[in-house]
Design a protein around this ligand. Structure first.
Ligand SMILES: Cc1cc2nc3c(=O)[nH]c(=O)nc-3n(C[C@H](O)[C@H](O)[C@H](O)COP(=O)(O)OP(=O)(O)OC[C@H]3O[C@@H](n4cnc5c(N)ncnc54)[C@H](O)[C@@H]3O)c2cc1C
Length: 302
């Protein structure tokens, strides 16, 4: 049977682009489809990718795409994949422009979407003065006043991590605090105030955030750490029947294959470490696995 591509890659973030590069260098044909919703789009700069510290994420993707132009067997289209239909052999990808492409394997690198709590003002500040990861964007607030929106184990752990950058921390627990007595004592000993009153709104200021509480009190912080829950950015994997584990990530075997044969997963959707670097790494691993399968099938075919 003749296919349009060896591999259809859904998503052109660091995971999908790295998968493509690996496949191009293996002499495979691949199509990357991307609909322009990268997770780090709100951030002005990205960190901890070797040799690219501080680069705007958009520039990173532009450079990565230009690298792929060296490999003529790779195609890139700015279009959404709206459906993936398993066929007797391979898959058919349905694209938002109405076209259809056939491929032997799928790499799902569609990433995740952060689900922000519905606090007025938050979405405008997320990725700027409200950040989700102490490693990605905490350093820019070194020595400044910080808030942490969270409770229990996660907030306690984040407090410890952010104390490496600032001693002026306030915890906003959004309701009754849920710390063990040992944790509560440790927070009190280090002078970390706990505010249980819920947040009514965030207001962006020139150099930080004004937090207005439900009781009308206002508190200024230069930066706020808030870790939202996430969900897969598209429902393509779920519709195909790919299983999700207890942590909410796609279940994969040691070769990055999902619970559905010939569907491989790369990037934030399968890896709790979630970074540009780890996404590129898992993209590479998914592509190697897909290519091993393709090579074996080709060798055994008549
Ligand atoms: C605000 C913010 C700042 C961050 N800063 C950093 C940082 O400084 N350093 C760092 O290492 N990490 C950072 N991260 C994390 C980093 O952005 C992610 O770990 C990384 O982008 C994940 O790569 P990915 O390829 O899995 O997904 P993404 O980069 O999200 O790419 C997925 C792509 O798939 C596309 N897509 C989804 N569904 C479809 C579909 N059906 N059809 C076609 N295309 C589709 C999307 O449009 C998107 O372009 C940050 C995250 C956030 C939220």
């Amino acid at each position: 049977m003749k296919f349009d591509y060896d591999v259809l890659i859904v998503g052109g973030g660091p995971a999908g682009l790295q998968s493509a590069q690996m496949l191009g260098r293996a002499g495979r044909t691949a199509l990357v489809c991307d609909d322009g919703r990268p997770r780090n789009r709100p951030a002005a700069h990205m960190h901890y990718f070797p040799t690219r510290d501080g680069l705007p994420p958009e520039e990173f993707r532009r450079l990565f795409r230009s690298d792929l132009a060296h490999y003529p067997s790779l195609h890139l289209r700015d279009v959404s994949v709206t459906d993936l239909v398993p066929k007797e052999e391979g898959f058919e990808g349905v694209l938002a422009d109405g076209s259809r492409v056939s491929a032997r394997k799928i790499i799902l690198a569609d990433g995740v979407q952060d689900i922000l709590p519905p606090i007025p003002g938050l979405s405008e500040l997320f990725g700027k003065t409200v950040f989700h990861c102490p490693y990605c964007h905490g350093y820019e607030f070194k020595g400044k006043t910080l808030g942490i929106v969270g409770n229990g184990e996660m907030a306690f752990a984040m407090t410890g991590i952010l104390r490496g950058l600032s001693q002026d921390l306030i915890l906003f627990t959004q309701g009754a605090s849920a710390f063990s007595s040992e944790q509560a004592e440790a927070l009190a000993r280090r002078g970390v105030p706990i505010i249980e009153e819920t947040i009514a709104s965030f207001l962006g200021e020139e150099d930080g955030v004004l937090i207005r509480l439900d009781n009308g009190r206002e508190i200024f912080r230069h930066g706020i750490l808030l870790r939202p829950p996430q969900k897969p950015k598209s429902d393509l994997g779920l519709r195909l029947g790919c299983r999700i584990n207890e942590q909410g990530f796609y279940e994969v075997d040691t070769e990055a294959q999902s619970s559905v044969a010939n569907v491989f997963i790369a990037g934030d959707g399968m890896d709790p470490r979630q970074s540009v670097l780890t996404s590129a790494y898992t993209g590479m691993m998914a592509a190697i696995s897909a290519n091993h399968r393709l090579a074996r099938e080709d060798m055994l075919r008549d």
